[in-house]
Design a protein around this ligand. Structure first.
Ligand code: SF4
Length: 129
């Protein structure tokens, strides 16, 4: 097989990029749609008040954040011992209380710089430990 100069340059560039990344200790990016591991700091209390994230925001839509009563029952299914009807932001591992918002809401570790409503839900819900 005869390789053109252009294809040799392309192969060389790809090899050099791969070599550079591995020499820098770079890891492959995490797969999408995989929620991060629950952070034990989630029991902390947020002090800054952020606006409530609208359900139309792309970050909210990526995790299907909606008012719990309007969530797709096929998605809001039993997880562990917790029935779908009992899953809310307020009892999620990623939820951080905010005393300024009282019972209305708090912060979510998956949606930085936003507040979430306590009675909402998303498909990344994990029972608070
Ligand atoms: S259910 Fe949990 S992960 Fe989803 S938006 Fe609410 S607090 Fe965040």
């Amino acid at each position: 097989m005869k390789l053109s100069r252009r294809s040799l340059i392309g192969i060389g560039t790809a090899a050099a990029t791969s070599s550079l990344l591995s020499s820098c200790g770079q890891k492959a990016p995490a797969p999408k749609n995989t929620p991060p591991a629950a952070n034990p700091a989630s029991k902390a209390v947020e002090s800054k008040v952020y606006p409530f994230i609208p359900t139309t925001d792309s970050s909210a839509q990526n995790i299907n954040y909606v008012e719990a009563s309007k969530a797709d029952p096929k998605a809001r299914v039993k997880r562990g011992e917790t029935e779908g009807k009992d899953q809310f932001c307020k009892n999620c591992q990623f939820y951080v209380e905010n005393k300024a918002l009282s019972e209305a809401g708090g912060s979510c570790q998956l949606l930085p710089n936003w507040s979430v409503k306590a009675d909402y839900w998303c498909s990344s819900w994990v029972l608070k430990a």
